[in-house]
Design a protein around this ligand. Structure first.
Ligand code: IPE
Ligand code: IPE
Ligand code: MG
Length: 265
């Protein structure tokens, strides 16, 4: 039997689901490439960093909406392994922004029961940020709300290489027969091991590429690209992404519906 609090949560989710969307067909996991901060700022005659600041507000908004609408996990791309090639001042600003925001928002994340994690090569981040990440991860680890993954110093290829290294080490030690390595075993070594693969990938600002994001996990994600620049992403834009997702027929390589010439005679 379902626990009364689980039933209550389900009812609240059904009530919160925006009109026009089917609450039973919401994605379990949404991944977002939050792109267009620089262009947003440029269009307003502002320095790029103001776009990153406004991007934080869009992220807070999106997290709250996903949580209210019953999405189980949200994974966002905050800083790629390639973003180190940007001008030093912008990189420095971003690292300081991550620190400030994490410090400022930790209490409300905790109150909202969000489980936050940072995915990526965290050792490459500034020490202070590493400390704050460890603290936030530990504090929220047992939270029962939305799983919020922030990909920071994240690269899909790097993630795959690290997974291969870990499996190779276990094999070299004699702990793992290479013939037993299958997709489940491989996926268990990825940063995302505790979450299902994203059902929906959203990329803002109209760019049609994955930019080294979740190369393994996006194998069967539905892709929604919108022209909106990330700081302008709001409830309407998220609702549109979800409506687009719900209009898709996910076949996973099969046939749906099964054509009548294959049905039993
Ligand atoms: C995305 O916005 C944020 C990060 C990559 C950190 P951009 O900074 O890439 O913005 P554009 O693409 O230059 O407009
Ligand atoms: C992808 O955006 C990385 C993040 C959103 C953090 P970029 O702006 O770095 O991607 P490219 O350079 O346009 O491919
Ligand atoms: Mg960009």
């Amino acid at each position: 039997m379902n626990h009364p609090s689980a039933i209550k949560r389900d009812q609240a989710r059904l009530r919160a689901c925006p009109t026009g969307l089917d609450p039973h067909r919401m994605p379990k996991h949404i991944a977002v490439i939050m792109d267009g901060n620089g262009r947003w700022a440029k269009a307003k005659g502002l320095p790029r960093i103001m776009g990153h600041r406004a991007g934080v507000e869009a992220l807070k908004r999106t997290l709250r909406l996903c949580s209210d609408w019953g999405i189980g996990a949200l994974t966002v791309y905050a800083f790629s392994t390639e973003n180190w090639s940007r001008p030093g001042d912008e990189v420095k600003f971003l690292m300081a922004l991550f620190e400030r925001v994490l410090q400022r928002e930790l209490q409300s994340l905790q109150e909202e029961k969000v489980r936050i994690r940072f995915l990526g090569d965290l050792e490459g981040l500034p020490r202070r940020l590493q400390g704050l990440i460890a603290e936030a991860t530990e504090l929220t680890a047992m939270n029962t709300g939305i799983h919020f993954n922030v990909c920071t110093n994240y690269g899909g290829r790097r993630e795959l290489v690290l997974a291969a290294q870990k499996l190779a080490e276990r094999s070299a030690k004699g702990d793992l027969d290479p013939a037993l390595i299958d997709e489940d075993l491989f996926a268990a070594e990825l940063f995302t091991a505790s979450d299902v693969d994203p059902d929906l990938l959203i990329r803002t600002s109209g760019e049609m590429r994955v930019s080294n994001f979740l190369l393994w996990q996006l194998a069967y994600a539905e892709i929604h690209i919108c022209d909106i620049l990330w700081p302008d992403f709001d409830a309407t834009a998220l609702r549109e992404s979800l409506a687009d997702y719900q209009s898709r027929c996910r076949r996973f390589g099969g046939l749906d519906p099964v054509p009548s010439d294959y049905s039993e005679s």
